[in-house]
Design a protein around this ligand. Structure first.
Ligand code: HEM
Length: 352
């Protein structure tokens, strides 16, 4: 275990073999991340929905940072107040209900665009040649999906690079300030489109969906396509059996704070302890049922799960009709943050 750096483990190539072969006892405490690490899928399954654990309260952390360093983080603090993940108890129930009603109203609009969006953005898979899947296909496609989900003009979040990263605890102050600036301008874009009469809730919910959807979707599509193309060698796309659920996830782990003390596998977990539950471990179990846990479980289960799976199925049904081969020429994981698993580069060659 000492050989792994658990800050970067989620994007380390060696993780695949680790998940496939490991037989050692988890959880264990990692001094570098100061968290309990849980990588065994059956342990993860038992802990993800536990009521003895709660997501961290990010807004409180930012208020403290703001006071300590006299920096304005008001855009981030306000955004956190619309993200259900950042609340507990009754406040969470209210926030989740609001987010769920908003998404229900957008769901059909997004779903009816899936065939057209997929065909347009993935058209390079239909021609012989080389291309970079992330920048040429997945990133523009996901930006468009996010605009549709949030109900804002397509193209209006073009410069949005940091939105989903606001959950990264490893960021330095400069990066946190850059995120605050980005969230503030994103807010302005949304307000300018909705008009001055828009309520705080109408703006905040759209902002929350840009934050929650962007990197998880890019990571899921990029990592899953990489895995499938790599493991199918020289097969034509028509010959590949694509799984119904994505084989990899962009959300490699969730982090929790212990709120009620408990004992698990003879280890005492105390209030305030941090626990990092590696959802990406479910990829090694190779079943749709297990991989549905990529979307969390319990009170904070992902509200975007059905839509994310529909988007994945749109991609796979489009690719599975192309009688060409697509092989990976190069892949590099993103290293600019410590919360998502997502390719920075995925170059493929398409040929007969
Ligand atoms: C493949 C893509 C996605 C993955 C793997 C994913 C994964 C997750 C996970 C693991 C959680 C729980 C986090 C935790 O418990 O700490 C979560 C929460 C959430 N996700 Fe997703 N997500 C994805 C896409 C989306 C999309 C596209 C949306 C919106 C349309 C969305 C909306 C939400 C919301 C609202 C929550 C918070 C639920 C709550 O706290 O009650 N997700 N997601």
């Amino acid at each position: 275990m000492d050989s792994f750096n658990f800050l970067t483990f989620h994007r380390d190539e060696a993780r695949h073999a680790f998940y496939r072969t490991r037989r050692t006892g988890d959880p264990f405490f990692d001094p570098r991340t100061k968290t309990w690490i849980v990588t065994d899928p059956s342990d993860c399954r038992q802990l993800i929905g536990s009521e003895k654990l709660q997501p961290a309260v990010y807004a409180e952390d930012y208020k403290r940072l703001s006071e300590r360093f006299n920096i304005d983080f008001s855009a981030l603090i306000s955004a956190f107040s619309y993200i259900p993940l950042c609340h507990h108890g009754d406040r969470h129930a209210r926030s989740r209900r609001m987010a769920s009603e908003f998404l229900a109203a957008r769901r059909n609009v997004v779903a009816e665009h899936i065939p057209e969006l997929t065909a347009r953005h993935l058209s390079a898979f239909k021609r012989a040649g080389k291309f970079e899947v992330m920048s040429d296909a997945i990133e523009p496609m996901i930006s468009e999906y996010i605009c549709l989900i949030a109900g804002i003009e397509v193209g209006s979040i073009h410069d949005c690079r940091h939105a989903s990263l606001i959950f990264d605890r490893s960021s330095g102050l400069n990066k946190r300030q850059a995120m605050d600036t980005e969230i503030a301008s994103l807010r302005k874009v949304i307000v300018s489109q909705l008009g001055e009469g828009a309520t705080e809730d109408e703006v905040g919910l759209r902002l929350a969906y840009v934050i929650l959807g962007m990197d998880p979707l890019k990571g899921m599509l990029g990592e899953s396509l990489h895995k499938i193309l790599e493991s199918n060698g020289d097969r034509k796309l028509t010959e590949i059996s694509f799984p119904r659920l994505p084989p990899e996830t962009g959300v490699p782990f969730i982090e929790r704070l212990v709120v009620i003390p408990f004992c698990f596998k003879s280890i005492a977990f105390n209030p305030g302890d941090r626990v990092r539950i590696f959802l990406q471990s479910f990829a090694a179990e190779l079943s749709d049922l297990s991989r549905s846990n990529f979307f969390g479980a319990g009170a904070h289960t992902c509200l975007g799960r059905p839509l994310a799976i529909e988007i994945w199925n749109g991609v796979t049904s489009f690719l599975s009709e192309i009688p060409l081969r697509a092989s990976v020429l190069s892949y590099a994981p993103r290293t600019s943050d410590y919360v998502f698993t997502c390719p920075d580069e995925l170059v493929v060659e398409v040929r007969a």
